[in-house]
Design a binder for this molecule. Structure first.
Ligand code: SF4
Length: 358
């Protein structure tokens, strides 16, 4: 495995360093995101925040702006919270102990093991989806891999296999094998350095493992959003709260209401009157609808343009020129709504709802 990795490893920016801050950043960015998409963000983020101390003292809006487009913004928030703790409690050095790393915000067992093994050579095996798949095939293990008992068993197996004098390279080799050879569909067993030890290959069931995960059923949600617009072209944004916040990555958003989809405009008008004092006779002009997916939720965005003489004076609200939203760190859902409103303003379509945007 190690000699295969030495020859076949992809040259990635975070593999040219042992700096724990760089490795930690890459591991966080790579969660739920493809390698090719991460590279430019990783490089830009390090230009803006070259070390833990720079990240810890940065304004959170700047941090989120550097993350803008990568999604799952809680990762960026936790990254900065952890940077502050590292400065406050660990003198600016990423902790060397597994439990201390695990205690930092946003760092789970996988990330703790990855950073400590790669940066410090500490003997902790990683287990992520790629490694779990490789192990399941090597041992011809059936069943749901994410089931707690199975996952614990896989963790123990990964730890037993770990090469103690090269834990960082071993972990990366296992992940690389899963990402490039032992892929979810059609594993390339002919190129595999451990094919001789693979039980699934021997049994001819490599392609059938691991067993398919039970998917959570998709929930359809309709979200009506109000783009208030004053005569100066300014609009109002709010900080999301509760469940709604998840849909907008807990970033600034237009006032919105989850509806059943039946006359979303009327429901939104009532909500805007009750909550922000928007006149009941205000005109809610439908804008282009958009689709948006967040984990298991399939969201239909129904934005409305509402012209007001004056924006409501609401505690915690933020007033910004509508055109400026394109440059702000807001969620993709808010960007889609803003795009629909800006398109409407640039090319007004009276009365009818515009075409869908994606
Ligand atoms: S032989 Fe095939 S199934 Fe087994 S570990 Fe290698 S690539 Fe995966």
């Amino acid at each position: 495995m190690l000699s295969w990795f030495a020859k076949r490893r992809r040259d990635l920016p975070w593999r040219r360093t042992r700096d724990p801050y760089h490795i930690w950043l890459s591991e966080i960015m790579l969660q739920q995101t493809r390698v090719a998409a991460v590279i430019p963000y990783y490089e830009r983020f390090l230009e803006n925040f070259p070390d833990v101390r720079a990240l810890a003292r940065a304004n959170i809006d700047r941090v989120l702006a550097s993350w803008s487009g990568l999604g799952y913004y809680s990762r960026a928030r936790n990254l900065q919270r952890a940077a502050k703790e590292i400065v406050a409690r660990h003198e600016g050095d990423f902790p060397r102990e597994y439990e201390a790393a695990l205690a930092l915000p946003g760092i789970g067992r996988y990330t703790s093991a990855a950073v400590l093994s790669i940066a410090y050579g500490a003997p902790h095996a990683v287990l992520d989806g790629n490694v779990a798949r490789v192990l399941a095939r090597l041992g011809a293990l059936h069943g749901e891999l994410r089931a707690p008992a199975t996952w614990r068993k896989l963790e123990a197996t990964a730890q037993n296999l770990l090469v103690r004098n090269a834990p960082g390279d071993w972990n990366q080799a296992m992940m690389e094998l899963g990402a490039t050879v032992c892929t979810p569909k059609s594993p390339r067993c002919g190129e595999c350095p451990v094919a001789k030890s693979c039980r699934a290959l021997e049994l001819g069931i490599a392609g059938e493992l691991p067993s398919a995960r039970k998917k959570r059923a998709t929930v359809k949600v309709t979200l009506a959003a109000a783009v208030l617009l004053d005569p100066r072209g300014r609009t109002m944004l709010m900080r999301p709260r509760g469940e709604e916040g998840v849909l907008f990555s807990r970033l600034w958003q237009f006032p919105a209401l989850e509806t059943t989809g039946v006359d979303a405009g009327a429901a939104l008008a009532g909500h805007m009157h009750e909550k922000f004092g928007v006149a009941l006779n205000a005109s809610f002009t439908p804008l282009a609808t958009a689709r948006h997916a967040v984990t298991f939720r399939n969201i239909r965005l129904e934005p409305f343009l509402v012209r007001v003489a004056r924006l409501p004076c609401t505690k915690g609200a933020r007033v910004v020129p509508l055109g400026q939203l394109r440059r702000m760190s807001v969620s993709n859902a808010t960007q889609k709504i803003a795009t629909a409103a800006i398109a409407h303003e640039e090319k007004p379509v009276s009365g009818a709802r515009g075409k869908s945007i994606s």
